[in-house]
Design a protein around this ligand. Structure first.
Ligand SMILES: *Cc1c(COP(=O)(O)O)cnc(C)c1O
Length: 417
């Protein structure tokens, strides 16, 4: 809220900005520092690019010593452009093409293979290129589902990874490919309790022990714990900290944190989600018996998950007047309705706010991850201006789109306006 007020005072949340997104860069740096402090110093913390692909955010994290977790060709290029050394980029994806793998091998990225056929493909490509690949294998520990089905990937069935039930095939793969040196696990994102994350890592740690017993104590080089630590979206949420996670891992997986294996994490949400708010001007207020609706400029374009699955993705909201001062008054229940032609377009349902008037500013918190990165082009609205505040000053992280930017998007690279 403080940031919104400051941005208004400095003329950066301009009259033409129907909405803005504001990142607290100091908080992002502090979150990264807390993560780094919780794990041994040899750990590579690869930021999940999909959580927030804004180049200045990636640059900031690269400067802090982070790595990057990329899951598509453009995410690899975003990471390279942001200054991540290829050796610090981890390439995950369940659908890697030959073209993508060839680039990853040439650049020397660390590749987490999703399945056994991908290992065979990597083997052939690496032989052709004359390189020794750096590869881990994603294991589905089949540890169970979290609270949110759509973001849980470690049930008995998952589209990701090789299930633990194929244990013999996994051990055979390690026997066959001497360059296969890592194990990778990612249990889910938001809604996975600490016990589930630790159980998943524990199962794969046991597998690592088995492989080492069978194939030699130096058989493995890398253990990738994935991401999945949650963020607090509601008052009263008390998500586990990185230190809580490391403590629990040390108990369940003795020798993992203080042993010789190189460690990788792939957090996105816990680092970035708490670091941004979205602020929208209220265009209209509508009253019907039993319903109060504020029409705002952010809807299912920015809040895709929230609109389709509102129970799982609540956000705290605040109300400011047009000058950025907190509005007082008896709270009531308000529908925040987005601008799109779609009846499910409510970024927040039943927000408890004082009486809203046109021109007020609604602030939606914890939008730093998996919101802008999921931007939908439906209705072709302009992506809002994104501001960052760090070390005492604002910067424009991404300028508001002009209508011509959107026209160009739909024309594609071959089109002419
Ligand atoms: C999405 C994802 C992550 C990041 O998850 P967070 O919940 O943002 O920490 C890490 N690794 C893999 C493989 C993922 O799919």
């Amino acid at each position: 809220m403080e940031l919104v007020r400051k941005a208004l005072a400095q003329g950066l949340f301009r009259d033409q900005d129907t909405a803005v997104i504001l990142y607290d860069l100091d908080r992002l740096a502090a979150n990264f520092a807390a993560l780094a402090a919780a794990f041994p110093s040899r750990t590579r913390h690869a930021f999940a690019v999909k959580a927030c692909p804004l180049p200045p955010i990636l640059q900031l994290l690269a400067g802090l010593g982070a790595g990057a977790e990329a899951a598509s060709l453009p995410e690899i290029h975003l990471a390279l452009a942001a200054g991540f050394d290829p050796s610090r980029i981890v390439f995950d994806s369940p659908a890697k093409t030959g073209e993508e793998l060839r680039l990853a091998l040439k650049l020397g990225l660390f590749i987490n293979a999703d399945n056994l056929d991908e290992l065979a493909r990597i083997d052939a490509l690496a032989t052709g290129l004359g390189v020794v690949p750096r590869v881990g294998l994603r294991i589905n520990p089949q540890a169970g589902l979290g609270r949110i089905k759509a973001t849980s990937v470690a049930g008995r069935y998952s589209k990701f990874g090789v299930p633990m039930s194929a244990r013999d095939d996994i051990r055979d793969a390690f026997a066959r490919y001497p360059w296969l040196g890592g194990l990778h696990v990612h249990v889910g994102s938001q809604g996975c309790p600490l016990e589930l994350l630790v159980a998943g890592a524990g199962t794969v740690f046991d597998l690592a022990r088995e492989i080492e017993q069978e194939q030699g104590p130096d058989r493995l080089a890398v253990f990738d714990l994935g991401g999945g630590l949650p963020a607090a979206y509601r008052d009263g949420d008390t998500p586990p900290t990185p230190a809580d996670y490391a403590t629990a891992l040390a108990v369940r997986c003795p020798g993992l944190l203080d042993g010789p294996l190189a460690l990788v994490t792939e957090f996105g949400r816990m680092l970035a989600a708490p670091c941004a708010v979205a602020a929208s001007r209220v265009e209209y207020v509508k009253r019907q018996p039993g319903h109060r609706t504020a029409v705002v400029h952010l809807g299912a374009d920015l809040f895709v998950r929230e609109c389709y699955n509102p129970k799982a993705w609540p956000h705290r909201t605040r109300l400011l007047d047009s000058g950025g001062q907190a509005k007082q008054g008896r709270p009531g229940l308000w529908h925040l309705a987005g601008p799109l032609c779609f009846s499910g377009d409510f970024p927040v349902r039943q927000a408890r706010l004082p009486a809203i008037a046109p021109g007020d500013i609604v602030v939606i918190e914890d939008v730093g991850a998996y919101t802008l990165s999921m931007w939908s082009r439906y209705n072709s609205r302009q992506m809002p201006r994104v501001l960052g505040f760090g070390q005492g000053r604002f910067s424009v992280l991404r300028e508001r789109e002009e209508p011509q930017d959107v026209v160009r998007f739909w024309l594609g690279s071959g089109g002419a306006v």
